[in-house]
Design a protein around this ligand. Structure first.
Ligand code: P6P
Length: 345
């Protein structure tokens, strides 16, 4: 490109998330003012949580609250703070009828106004066990459009992920980045936060997951609990074979948002399979697996529970768990072949 970007590039270079949404670049859903406004609310909540995360060590919001959440996990102060921030922000402007959160046993109603056409599910702070050691954490969210004129209920959330209107995440890493999609036809776009301006700027337009990658991401500390097919796949991917560019490199942060973000951009495979300790898988369908499955498919990648498409799973419970395999089409397809016994090496 010449020293001076052409007009179009120059305009897009300073493109904020808010402008990108307002200009309907996320496609027709954003054409309705309420959807646009809802996405901008989520962006604002991300700015507030970023500020809390970046000051956590100073603002005495590290450590445990002493409570245990519905997952049976100890609640970090920052978990609670992020949860409250999202609820308060989404409760304004009247677009969000209800929310479901990893930190709430039940859905929380936000308004009785039937004009509120959306519900939002989220994990307010994923990877919170990593907060105290300054490892990347994140927020994961999905937006579902309500059907019909009835009162909002849990049924509005218990729909397959393929019906999501939008999904995204915020990763609080070396920089804060918000990644968002309203579906395959409109792509996946990343916006990096500039704290000196207080805005998210378009930094990764039209993210595409490579057809195949070179890293695998799984907690090998669970290997003794895996089924035989997963063990065979793990041995295969670590074996020396130049013709098929193996072994793959091992990468595992232990925060879904971080491992999934790297895999979305660079390709490869992330897997949290079911095992003897977590027979239904560990990760949550509604606010962890579905949003990432939506993003990976929109970026040309793939997301299964090992064999079946995540986005086709019919949810039965708000906090139900699932096995989750995300990544490059070729790598996830190979994993599935091992799981179905079609491959043993
Ligand atoms: P394990 C973090 O606690 C989390 O919910 C996800 O962010 C992450 O992918 C997973 O659990 C890590 O679990 O068992 O490997 O520590």
């Amino acid at each position: 490109m010449s020293d001076h970007a052409s007009g179009a590039q120059a305009v897009r270079a300073g493109m904020t998330l808010e402008t990108f949404i307002m200009e309907g670049m996320f496609g027709t859903p954003a054409a309705t003012g309420t959807f646009t406004s809802l996405l901008n609310q989520i962006s604002f909540a991300a700015k507030l949580v970023t500020s809390q995360v970046r000051r956590a060590g100073l603002a005495n919001v590290l450590g445990y609250t002493g409570e245990v959440n519905v997952q049976g996990e100890q609640v970090m102060k920052l978990d609670e703070l992020a949860n409250e921030t999202l609820i308060t922000t989404l409760g304004r402007r009247g677009h969000c009828a209800a929310v479901a959160s990893e930190e709430l046993d039940e859905i929380q109603h936000m308004t009785n106004d039937r004009r509120a056409r959306y519900v939002v599910m989220f994990d307010p702070l994923d990877g919170s066990s990593n907060i105290d050691v300054n490892i990347s954490i994140g927020t994961i969210f999905g937006v579902m459009r309500r059907e019909g004129e009835g009162a909002v209920s849990e049924a509005d959330f218990l729909k397959p992920g393929r019906e999501l209107a939008a999904a995204g995440y915020v990763i609080y890493g070396s920089s804060t980045m918000l990644v968002l999609s309203t579906g395959r036809e409109r792509g996946v776009h990343g916006f990096t936060y500039d704290p000196t301006v207080g805005e998210f700027f378009l930094s990764h337009e039209n993210i595409r997951t490579p057809e195949r990658g070179s890293t695998f991401s799984i907690n090998e500390g669970n290997a003794c609990r895996w089924g035989e097919p997963v063990k065979r796949w793990a041995e295969w991917i670590k074996a020396e074979d130049k013709a098929t560019s193996r072994p793959y490199g091992a990468r595992y942060v232990g925060t879904l948002v971080a491992d999934a973000h790297r895999t979305l951009l660079k390709g490869g495979i992330f897997a949290y399979p079911a095992d003897k300790k977590s027979p239904d898988g560990k990760l949550r369908l509604l606010y962890e697996a579905n949003p990432f499955a939506f993003l990976f498919e929109a970026a040309g990648g793939m997301a299964t529970n090992g064999s079946d498409r995540i986005l086709d799973i019919e949810p039965k419970k708000l906090h139900q768990r699932t096995a989750l395999v995300l990544g490059s089409r070729e790598d996830v397809t190979t994993f599935g072949a091992f799981m179905r016994g079609e491959r043993t090496a």
